[in-house]
Design a binder for this molecule. Structure first.
Ligand code: NAP
Length: 233
């Protein structure tokens, strides 16, 4: 039972679509339930649709109580999640120098882009490990790659580097229990975040996310991927 947060638009919504199309039952988690429901309707994938089932649930990834409530509901309704796609993120100060950014913007970015995914993994992974099946996909960014980091969007870039580190830690914590944890760079994608000039469609952006979300047993873990290929940290 996959679960995609930040699912009401952009790459998250396309990830929901592709997973549901494969016949997965998907929880589309959205800060605003009515936006989530409208998004699910826009795909023709409301609960009970033939292509799969999409259930909409409220989730603010910066709110630990909201994460706890969703984890409890998913446990009681579905016996836990098989897949977690940590997709929600914010992009602040795209054009500001690291010398000028208000440190509060680093804090806010870390809350959404790092601590949210971490709390969700903590809430869901122990059940995956017990059931000996799990796939965790942390939607990161090339901006978080230390090997090519420049001056772009300091709070966002630092948060994605941290998310990559969390990916490594989670993969190690999962041990050999068939819970595969990976990070992905979707590339520059035409969404509200990526803007209209981005070079890739949401279908292309979601492809490697869905690939990692449905890896076969024995697949890679603790890696960083772009277009289904490993990339440097
Ligand atoms: P987007 O269009 O800006 O959508 C962001 C999503 O995150 C929205 O659904 C938003 O919900 C949700 N969100 C933000 N804060 C949240 C919170 N506190 N709780 C729950 N949901 C929250 O972004 P996108 O382009 O689809 O990006 C998706 C992922 O890909 C992100 O992790 C991003 O960093 C990564 N990425 C994107 C690009 C790109 O070019 N687009 C490139 C590299 C990486 P609301 O509608 O409620 O705001």
């Amino acid at each position: 039972m996959p679960w995609s947060q930040g699912g009401n638009r952009g790459i998250g919504l396309e990830t929901v679509r592709q997973l549901a199309e494969r016949g997965c039952r998907v929880v589309l988690a959205s800060r605003d339930v009515s936006k989530g429901q409208a998004a699910a309707r826009s795909l023709g994938l409301e609960q009970g649709a033939q292509t799969g089932q999409v259930t909409v649930h409220a989730l603010d990834v910066t709110d630990a109580a909201s994460i706890g409530a969703l984890a409890r509901d998913v446990e009681s309704a579905f016996g836990g999640a098989d897949v977690l796609v940590n997709n929600a993120a914010i992009l602040l100060d795209e054009d500001k120098s690291v010398l000028e950014v208000d440190v509060e913007d680093f804090r806010v970015s870390m809350e959404t882009n790092v601590y949210g995914p971490l709390l969700l993994a903590q809430a869901l992974m122990s059940s995956m490990m017990r059931r000996r099946y799990g796939r965790v996909v942390n939607v990161s960014s090339g901006a978080g790659q230390l090997s090519s980091m420049d001056g772009y969007a300091p709070p966002y870039s630092v948060s994605k580097t941290a998310l990559n580190a969390v990916t490594r830690l989670l993969a190690h914590a999962a041990g050999k229990r068939n819970v595969l944890v990976n990070a992905v760079d979707p590339g520059w994608v035409r969404t509200d975040m990526g803007g209209p000039n981005a070079t890739r469609s949401v279908e292309q952006g979601a492809d490697t996310i869905v690939w990692l979300a449905t890896l076969p047993d024995g697949g890679p873990t603790g890696g960083f991927f772009h277009d289904r290929k490993r990339i440097p940290w």
